[in-house]
Design a protein around this ligand. Structure first.
Ligand SMILES: Cc1cc2nc3c(=O)[nH]c(=O)nc-3n(C[C@H](O)[C@H](O)[C@H](O)COP(=O)(O)O)c2cc1C
Length: 215
């Protein structure tokens, strides 16, 4: 009788131990499942942030290449700031509508920035909500002459009219006499323009950082 009772007890203990093992096994499985779900959620969130990266077009005009180099530096700075930015020559017909924001810039020749003006007129509707900054490159900004600088600024205002974005950059440019035609050389000599590379990379980078600062 006693033996039979002990046998039953052993069997009961065995069952209880078996139930305990199953419980812990199930709990471990649940824990793994929750970890898996959390991992997936984090990955999805990261993808979401990535998806929200703002795409910025830096559309530029250039004749001798100095403005192209400034536009590339601006785009690189915007990328440093977390944007997906690219500098594209206006001649390659970039479409502002494909981007979240647009920056336009070009060199002043004989008092105007013709390529930028044409680009702004053509894409006016798409630029309405997207134009966050514009810049001009010229020798007017290489001299400490307020009148000349005001002329340069006027050229920029006219090129981007009717827009007046909060960020307007006026950068000194570069003249390499070897790259100029006879007529261009004559014009440069006539206006007694400074000759050389006057680009201020620090000022360009600082301006680019300002452009993407949230108000
Ligand atoms: C023929 C000629 C005319 C220029 N006219 C002006 C001008 O009216 N105002 C100005 O600020 N700079 C003027 N510049 C300076 C250019 O804007 C400067 O060299 C600029 O960096 C050129 O840009 P790019 O290399 O992208 O073509 C002129 C330069 C040349 C060669």
């Amino acid at each position: 009788m006693e033996q039979a009772r002990r046998g039953v007890n052993r069997e009961m203990n065995g069952r209880v131990a078996g139930c305990g093992k199953r419980f812990w096994g199930l709990l471990s499985l649940c824990f793994l499942f929750v970890c898996l779900l959390a991992g997936c959620a984090c990955a999805a969130m990261e993808e979401g942030v990535e998806g929200l990266k703002e795409r910025v077009l830096v559309a530029y005009e250039t004749s001798k290449g100095s403005t192209a180099e400034i536009a590339e530096v601006i785009a690189a700075e915007l990328r440093e700031g977390g944007c997906e930015a690219e500098a594209v020559d206006i001649k390659d017909s970039p479409l502002p509508g494909d981007y979240d924001h647009v920056v336009v810039g070009g060199p002043i020749y004989m008092g105007s920035i013709k390529g930028v003006k044409g680009f702004v007129e053509k894409h006016r509707a798409d630029l309405e909500e997207r134009l966050i900054g514009a810049f001009a490159v010229g020798m007017s900004f290489a001299v400490p002459d307020e009148e000349k600088q005001a002329e340069g600024r006027k050229a920029l205002d006219e090129a981007i009219a009717p827009f007046a974005p909060a960020h307007l950059g006026c950068f000194a440019g570069k003249i390499d006499m070897e790259k100029l035609s006879f007529f261009e050389k004559t014009a440069v000599k006539m206006v007694k323009s400074p000759v050389g590379d006057f680009r201020d990379w620090k000022a360009v980078k600082e301006w680019a950082r300002e452009v993407i600062k949230k108000p």
